[in-house]
Design a protein around this ligand. Structure first.
Ligand code: EPZ
Length: 429
């Protein structure tokens, strides 16, 4: 298993290109199941989760062609992939595949919408909490699917096709909204989705579906209206930049000091997080090319933050902010309101010398004068990267184990940070 070794204390200076968003790429690839034509996605990041979803879609009979690098293209541009679900040969998504990546459960929606049936394994436990799928199932039922749960599988049937309906989510759910959008696009009649998630990735998927011939309006607001169509066609769509990767590197710069341009980043995708960074005393400047982040000399002020659905502060940046606040000059409070158990990084940060107290959903972080390198490991993607951030400012060497979590969601992390002066290397084996 690969490990990452970081020796802290180097400032970061230079440019970090921001990749296409993982959490848009995954539902966009799944949307390829909705049409027998080819869906071409550009700016697709090179991530383990993308390869895993490729295997899952392959199991349904989807052909995926990944275009090679063109002459003159640098490795910073994402890849272009061609997804063709002309013949769906199997509507079952087995446990062995779904249990490796929760988002693959979302195939249930396009499969039942297009094929009239789907049998998809329940995703099971997950390192960041119980994460049920009851609201995804509710959404499909509102569109006329009959649902049965048998042997750990959700079996969804709509022999005569789905029909439009009214879906009111009792709580904001990204996966629920993706499910509802994809299913409603091929349902007969009109669907209204209330209390829809407003995350930018929802808007990106809706844009792509509209290019495929769907009739979706209101994506990006809490009320989305979908006029179902009989058939969707192929399209070409470029994945939007990853706001979580952007926020992560912004916090890395804030932690290490220095000045970095986050190239292609779009401030409106993470305004709440940028506002928090500005409160800590970090200079955040939008430019034509992206976002410039700088901290030169000044200390970090503590902040009080609660995670919330978009446009609030994202849960996917909670661990990274906590790492940053371990070095603040004072006490911060960070409340996690989305997932009940997303604090696995706390104990690992403590190994580096952080002072963090947990009380229910709130972490109280007392800034310390210095962190000290140590061997650490983490159990999920964002927790792992929070350890990278802490290690950049820790004295001496930090060895991060279980790097495969990082590879799920951060493209060429050690290269991107290394190019800006971080002392970071991957140790294979
Ligand atoms: C998406 O997960 C993201 N994943 C997560 O990113 C992200 O943390 C999360 O949204 C919140 O922003 C992808 O986009 C692939 P939810 P999702 O449904 O859709 C509860 C990362 O690190 N809920 O919005 O699974 C749920 O338990 C990942 O990249 C139900 O109760 O999240 C949670 O408390 C991790 N019943 C809340 O809703 C349901 O049926 C929000 O979850 C569904 C969800």
């Amino acid at each position: 298993m690969d490990r990452i070794r970081i020796v802290g204390g180097q400032r970061l200076n230079g440019t970090i290109p921001i990749s296409g968003a993982k959490n848009a790429t995954l539902p966009l690839m799944i949307a390829g199941l909705l049409t027998e034509d080819t869906l071409v996605l550009e700016n697709v990041p090179r991530l383990a989760d993308v390869s895993q979803l490729q295997r899952i879609l392959g199991n349904h009979g989807v052909d995926i062609m990944i275009a090679g690098k063109r002459p003159g293209e640098n490795g910073n541009n994402g890849r272009t992939i061609h997804i063709s679900a002309k013949n769906i040969v199997d509507t079952t998504a087995p446990y062995e595949l779904v249990s490796k990546m929760r988002a693959s459960f979302w195939v249930v929606a396009p499969l039942v919408a297009r094929m009239g049936e789907a049998k998809v394994s329940l995703p099971g436990g997950c390192a960041i909490g119980t994460r049920p799928v009851d609201l995804l199932i509710m959404a499909l039922e509102k569109l006329g699917a009959e649902i049965e749960i048998d042997g750990g599988y959700v079996i969804a049937r709509a022999r005569k096709g789905l029909r439009g309906g009214e879906i009111v989510f009792p709580k904001v759910t990204v996966g629920g909204t993706h499910t509802a959008l994809m299913a409603a696009s091929l349902a007969r009649g009109t669907t209204v989705i209330e209390n829809a998630a407003r995350e930018p990735e929802i808007g990106d998927v809706a844009d792509c579906l509209n290019k495929m011939g769907a009739r979706i309006s209101g994506a990006g607001s809490s009320r989305i209206v979908v006029e179902g169509v009989a058939k969707l066609n192929g399209a070409r769509h470029a994945v939007l930049p990853d706001r979580i990767e952007t926020g992560t590197y912004a916090m890395a710069v804030a932690m290490a000091g220095g000045e970095v341009l986050l190239q292609n980043a779009r401030p409106e995708l993470l305004q709440a997080a940028l506002d928090v960074l500005a409160k800590t005393g970090v200079a955040v400047t939008p430019t034509n090319e992206g976002i410039r982040v700088a901290r030169n000399g000044a200390g970090l002020a503590p902040v009080d933050v609660a995670t919330a659905p978009f446009p609030g502060f994202p849960t996917d940046l909670q661990a990274q902010l906590m790492a940053l606040m371990t070095r603040a000059q004072g006490t911060s409070h960070i409340r996690e309101t989305i997932f009940e158990n997303r604090f696995m990084h706390v104990q690992e940060l403590a190994r580096l010398g952080a002072h963090i107290r947990l009380d229910g959903d709130t972490a109280t972080v007392e800034g310390v004068e210095k962190l000290k390198g140590a061997p650490v490991m983490a159990t999920d993607l964002r927790a792992s990267v929070s350890l990278v951030i802490a290690a950049l400012a820790a004295e001496g060497e930090t060895m991060i184990n279980r790097v495969y979590h990082l590879d799920r969601g951060f493209e060429r992390l050690e290269e991107k940070l290394g190019a800006c002066g971080a002392a970071i290397e991957r140790i294979s084996g």
